[in-house]
Write a protein that binds this ligand. Sequence first.
Ligand code: CA
Length: 704
Amino acid sequence: MMRLLLGASVLALMAAPVVLDAAGPKAANIDAARLIGARNEPGNWMTHGGSYSEQRFADLTAINSGNVAGLGLAWYTDLDTNRGQEATPLIIDGTMYTTTAWSKVVALDAATGRVKWRFDPQVDKARGHSACCDVVNRGVAAWGGMVFVGALDGRLIALDAATGKVKWSTVTVDQSKPYTITGAPRVVKGMVLIGNGGAELGVRGYVTAYDAMTGKKKWRFYTVPGDPAAGPDGEASDDVLKTKAGDSWSGDYWKAGGGGTVWDAIVYDQELDQLFIGVGNGSPWNHQIRSAGKGDNLFLSSVVALDPETGKYRWHYQGTPGETWDFTQTQPIILSTLMIEGKPRKVLMQAPKNGFFYVIDRETGKLISAKGFVPQTWTKGVDMATGRPIEVPESRYLKDGFLMMPSALGAHNWHPMAFSPRTGLVYLPSQEVPFFYQTDKTYGFKPGAWNIGVNTVINAPPTDAAAFKALKASLKGALLAWDPVAQKEVWRAQYEGPWNGGALATAGNLVFQGNGGGTFQAFDASTGKNLWKFSAQTGVIAGPVSYTVGKTQYVAVMAGYGGAYPLTAAFDERAPAQNGRLLVFRIGGTAKLPPVPKAVYAAANPPSETFTEQQIATGAEIYEGNCALCHSSAARASGLLPDLRRSAVLADKQAWEDIVHGGALKANGMVAFSAWFTKEQLEAVRGYVGEKAKKLAADEKAGR
Ligand code: CA
């Protein structure tokens, strides 16, 4: 449910004289030469990862390990929601372009924070139901005087960078299906590239290239085969799906779409003129259900190299054949040249959900090395002869359940990692989150609903206080400084909660990173020594950037707690009451955030009716498989969305029915669940949440 829009106020509390825009006659005047030569313009941040190699390395030294202690807030901008903020801003010739939750775009003066224009694509809030992991957006791309945003509802929209007016807009998905876009587009050779998400609900993944000037489709690559009865797609992927991928699937795999969404990494290799896409998990997750337990299911959980002109397949590396754990391989990809055994090798580096840090030869697609960067219960390592993981057989949960580490939330999720060519280290936001995998025996495909084929009830946090405490303590996160040549950890910053933010490395020998606990920090890039910290008053999960306007270097980050973990599994970690912000820092900055408003929580509000054990069990099945994705498992909500245990609606049978079954609040994003469940079933959900509210009321009374 959305909070009221707070009028966005912009404070420009600059002590130093305002530096005027260095902009030329045209805003976002980006072309191929500028993107290819991005390293010659370290003061700009012109594409998602900072340059085509996506190293997130700012070659700037005005802010450095010697003076970072003097870093202060230069200005900030309040955002209009407490939902997650995951965008990496672009900075082009003194103007910043960033996106916020619900796919909104804002252009600001990068030195002062003065808003130049705003754009709201007016996404239907009901689309939020199809977003597995919050209504987030990870940023824009720029080209030829335009910026491009992928909207949550599947539109790709080109905006005039000077005015924010729509130049063109095209629908990139079948909007009758639960597709979403949260990822940042990339522009390569005058084409805008965009993928999509939705593999938890049931879609077929692909990436599409559009002409940047006109929005006309150039090519599309499907990552998994479609229904054989429908014949070829007439797309760039037809040949390879027939010759390579088709035989790796079994059963009625197309019924739930197969998955394989390209929801984050899309990286252009300017040295070898090829494109890398990171491909997501299967739909449903469970390989037994999806593909009769047979086959590698290409190109799920893979990096695929494509010809950028045609979209045709070149090679692939699949980290998790026969994916059955939501092991996406969409995670950020970094390109570099590393000296390996005395020879320079053009490599790509990726640390996907399955917990392996991969170094892959970009020229051949051959795996150079792979090493686990978190504890892994499912594997004994990678067989370097085949490139395949050596699986622990029980991990496939064919008969019994299996406690996996890492799991669906990932050893590393979308949070951008950074690489410093100076230290040779990768700065990797890692997570340790277990999950107990067991087949959902009640599974039946429900179009548009959550369809994973895995038992979610068994993963609800325990009611017993000691067991709950132990579970919470087992969820950890750390920023790892990782040597990709030696494949070993060099230092770490350890956090209590798992959800830690994107990283930025700079030539000032610094690493900047935020965390879910609300601290934005700078570390010595070589040693990990903490050199500076700032209380952001909300979780910081996005990737920071650095840039210059005139001679002044700035560091910027989007602050706003959200995404999969806070919505689903934060387990009573109370999210801050206020909305997110864009924070911008410089040496000597003196701006101050206002005090945090005191959060006020309603008391637990259990219904007066009694429910049968059967009702509560039915309610648990439905709640944990559908409602928990936003309102949190066991209703232990983080407060980003309403805590149902404290809701007035919970005690009111009719109001509950009107909203949950009837869709009375669908304008806020709470869709009608009558599409999938009866009134009686949804009343049973009220019984389950009511039990949790009773427990909360008892805990509150006892002062627990
Ligand atoms: Ca997924």
